[in-house]
Design a protein around this ligand. Sequence first.
Ligand SMILES: Nc1ncnc2c1ncn2[C@@H]1O[C@H](COP(=O)(O)OP(=O)(O)OP(=O)(O)O)[C@@H](O)[C@H]1O
Length: 361
Amino acid sequence: MIEFKNVVKTYDNGTTAVADLSFTAPTGKITVLVGPSGCGKTTTLRMVNRLIEQTSGTILLGDEDNAAVDTIKMRRKIGYVIQNAGLFPHQTVLDNVCAVPYLNGTDKHAARTRAADLIELVGLDRDYGSRYPWQLSGGQQQRVGVARALAADPPFMLMDEPFSAVDPIVRKQLQAEFLRIQADLAKTIIMVTHDIDEALRLGDQIVVLKEGGVLAQIGSPAEILASPADAFVADFLGESRGYHALSFERIASLAPQQTPSARVGEPVGATEGAWIVARDEFDAPLGWTRTTAGTASSDRLVPAATVSHSRGNYRELLDAALASPSGRAIVVDDRGYYLGTLGSDAVIHGAVESLAEERSS
Ligand SMILES: Nc1ncnc2c1ncn2[C@@H]1O[C@H](COP(=O)(O)OP(=O)(O)OP(=O)(O)O)[C@@H](O)[C@H]1O
């Protein structure tokens, strides 16, 4: 756990960047600091590893006061990832990843073996170890930055806009891979972003800051979306707040409706020209097709994404329904077998009902 207790930072020019901030970043979880430019996110993060000294208040790393321990030793327990990766340009990828283990006196062979494993873990080929940073794309450099931060197996990680220097598609890939790695490693992470989508996607807990480093709200993504503390938070979450909130509502209580389905090319008792669900020879849904001369036409097949009834959420359901030619999403069981379909109207009714339930509870 990392705990902030009444932390204040006033710079020499009189700017108060962080005002009386208290929160706990739980062990093994990702806490995201989010807020508009200049609200004190980076200052907050950098006070954890004492790149910036707080004016008053206490920061605990586990049960240790970070001001009372040796700074160098303390920093080695904290992985630090920054925007643009910040790799050493004249060192190979492997040596970049080994930087902290070398400083810790880890045996060179052991450090290099682990570094090669980490390079693979972050989704790069081991051969990349012998390249120099300038021979990598921005996204690859960010991956190396994450591998380097993980190399000394620190319990804590600080990440300052770690995925912001890459295009939106690479960014989504990096976020997904990062979540996969974190599911295994369970580091205690504080991450800074100004991107609310990234915060909602990655955060177990979100700390929303407003100008002057004032805490606006702290909570899980679902809690913040469901009940923003004030107009500032609601405004920061933006117009797509309702759409994001759908990601946290499971569809398991909705009953899929029966829509005719058939294996491609086989007879079907549906109205000529109607949309039906096409199944493969194992009865897994392929997508939508129309009936032509009483059979499920193979020429008119439109592939479609399916939604899991037990694990799917309203947002996936809405996306699948809106992308479907019939306006309905295909729902499957845990093994991928066809259960039925749900239309976007079901999302709206379901969402309204679950909101009403929340209000009455
Ligand atoms: N060294 C400094 N001296 C004086 N003021 C500073 C210093 N560093 C930052 N500030 C001010 O402190 C406030 C918070 O800055 P900080 O960089 O922590 O914000 P941020 O939320 O990370 O911003 P951004 O999203 O733009 O990176 C800002 O008003 C900034 O101008």
